[in-house]
Design a protein around this ligand. Structure first.
Ligand code: EPZ
Length: 422
């Protein structure tokens, strides 16, 4: 429940990056010794991937709210549980990690957000280039090889998942692997930095050419995950939409550059500090056109949040979604707040309205849910957002964090099921 129309004030702390954590935790499988991973967000997607690895025999202990100790030496059966894997998209990183360590992997076709088909052809293209046999009949991806041999791989499309997966499979391969047209996201760099701290030899992460020279041995390390750029961007958009003055701490401002640039175009004041940004909005919200692109462009994972913000801009804005085919399913829910948005395949035309009105809506996926929260914070009256499990699987303590900056928000558990006694 959100009673909106109030501006936001104070300070909020950003947690570790979800999309780095769901890759770095499986990457621990490649180590020959225990690893300690810190600054991990306490969210379902992360805890699920840890459970999957524990279920395979690794010793995984949560040493405090945001740190895991992972000892992969206990893995006896390198086949993750089919049922556990189907629940999340990022489980495909188990393919790269298990191939890199055991030269074989069987992972169910990944689940995850529901915006359109999410192919893995680039992942398979990369694995096959390294000498892996892939069998995708049915809904399990089966891969195996006698030996991993370095190769030159040119991705047809920029893919975060495929880039990370090939890095995982190639770090212990024989010889040099070169990935061209690689993804440059901060979490790709974080995975490479983690593996290099263990003794891997990865050069160029963060650029579109990554070179990996295989090594024999990866040692255990302690590693702290980068802050979550999308969580930070989501709070920046929330302050811009609701109005107010908030300091967002534990961020890397460089990772937020495209988001900051767009918010300044929209008329929002953003002050950058070493590990924080301050967002101030008390004037008009200006219309603005946005094209989502792979990093360093505007992240697709900020597209729904920007749409919510621009729905109360002064004029007409156009958002073009260049990464996913079908990432506007949330628009119909956003229009229930009174937003005036029409979708034309990859474009959303947003006619700004003076204000939004409270409504009852349903979250369909992580970032769509975040956009509905942003709209509810700006809307006048009390809104209800259902299925917030989609949101809480990716945003640590989002209700407590928003309440901490003055939002009138609370979690209502749906009434317990009525039990009919005979
Ligand atoms: C990661 O998904 C993120 N998920 C997504 O964030 C994010 O939207 C996406 O990267 C883009 O930044 C995680 O990191 C767990 P891609 P991923 O491979 O790796 C096509 C969130 O909200 N493609 O970069 O699956 C694909 O269809 C989630 O945290 C192929 O065609 O995305 C898409 O159009 C939602 N073949 C484009 O590339 C492939 O083999 C980019 O996908 C792989 C991808």
């Amino acid at each position: 429940m959100i009673n909106g129309g109030k501006s936001l004030h104070g300070r909020v702390n950003i947690s570790g990056a979800k999309n780095a954590a769901v890759a770095i935790i499986p990457a621990c499988i490649l180590s020959d010794e225990p690893c300690r991973i810190e600054n991990i967000p306490n969210i379902k997607d992360v805890n699920l991937i840890a459970d999957i690895i524990r279920n395979m025999g690794a010793k995984v202990t949560k040493v405090d709210k945001s740190a895991f100790e992972i000892d992969p030496r206990g893995i006896v059966n390198p086949v993750p549980s089919y049922d556990m894997v189907r629940n999340m998209r990022a489980s495909y990183y188990l393919l790269g990690a298990l191939l890199g360590k055991y030269h074989r992997a069987e992972v169910a076709m990944p689940g995850g957000c529901n915006f359109g088909v999410r192919p893995v052809d680039q992942h398979l293209k990369g694995f096959e280039a390294l000498g892996v046999e892939c069998d995708c009949s049915g809904d399990v991806i089966k891969t195996r090889t006698d030996k991993l041999t370095g190769a030159r791989i040119y991705f047809d499309i920029v893919s975060v998942g495929a880039t990370i997966n090939i890095i995982l499979a190639a770090v212990k391969a024989e010889g040099m692997t070169v990935i061209e047209n690689a993804a440059r996201e901060p979490h790709v760099v974080d995975v490479a930095n983690f593996l290099n701290s263990m003794g891997a030899n990865i050069r160029g992460a963060g650029t579109d050419v990554i070179k990996i020279r295989g090594v024999e041995h990866l040692k255990g390390v302690t590693y702290s995950i980068i802050p979550d750029q999308i969580e930070a961007g989501t709070y920046m958009a929330a302050v811009a939409a609701a109005g107010g003055d908030v300091v967002i701490r534990n961020v890397i401002p460089k990772h937020l550059e495209s988001i900051t640039a767009k918010l300044r175009e929209i008329g929002v004041e953003v002050e950058e500090y070493d590990e924080a940004v301050r967002v101030i909005r008390n004037g008009k919200i200006r219309k603005c056109n946005i094209k989502t692109m792979p990093h360093p462009g505007v992240p697709t994972d900020m597209q729904p949040q920007f749409a919510a913000l621009l729905s109360i801009a002064d004029g007409t804005s156009i958002i073009t979604e260049n990464v996913w085919n079908n990432r506007y399913q949330y628009v119909s829910e956003l229009c229930r707040f009174g937003a005036n948005i029409t979708v034309d395949v990859r474009k959303a035309i947003i006619e700004g309205v003076p204000s939004l009105t409270a409504s009852t809506v349903r979250a369909t996926d992580l970032r769509a849910g975040a956009a509905l929260i942003i709209a509810a914070l700006a809307a006048h009256g009390t809104s209800e957002i259902e299925d917030i499990r989609h949101i809480e699987r990716g945003y640590e303590d989002i209700i407590e964090k928003l309440r901490g900056i003055g939002a009138d928000i609370s979690r209502q558990s749906i009434g317990s099921p009525i039990v009919y006694t005979a």
